[in-house]
Design a protein. Sequence first.
Length: 254
Amino acid sequence: MDISGNTIFIPGSTSGIGLALAIELQAKGNTVIVGGRRTELLERIAADHPGLDTVRIDTADPASIDAAAKEVLARHPGLNVLVPMAGIMRVEDWHRPESFLESAESIVTTNVLGPIRLIAAFIEHLRAQPDATLLTVSSGLAFAPLKVTPSYNASKAAIHMLSESIRLQLADTSVKVVELQPPAVRTDLMPGQAESEFAMPLDEFVDEVVTLLEQRPDATEIQVERVKFLRYGEARGDYDQVVATLNAADPHGE
């Protein structure tokens, strides 16, 4: 992925990693469209960051995705990068179905069906571009589980394998599939995470991600150094130790 000269749509980017990445990518010379559910947040972002375009979208609602896709493409026919960023993370107790089933269904809808539906809405347009990128967002928890967030872990593992699979299918097209794999980052994804010493500062994470995109335009996985502990535990042969350390260190992850 080239670091500049793109038109980028980031659904689910009204806060946290998504918004920080949108701001940094705009500064690198890209046209960036921020998508989110809350109109008041979108209006504030547009006022605070002139040049960022905004579109209302609820990635859990197929009709909203279709409407937003039409709006984005009408305003930005040169769109060539899609970043399905929206995600939710919740603590669950799987001893009793009444304590996890609703949460699990919501997580799968947002974190798995949302990206799938977004890709479906944009893939024909992206394939028609001379150079396009689909930047998926998984997690270090796709590779080592945090005990208290089973559905989130599973949803991000699904995104990892989805990315691997569609990269193979789209190899005969102009669409590159790149997977961003965050560690725990200081955002509001989970209560207390923004203040967690275990989590990586947001500005440091985004700076490192943008540097990696700039230095490695042909990369298929974007991994900051701090996520490699989780990503490669099985390959190193210390997976059990990684899981034990992760679950002893902090109740939150990303």
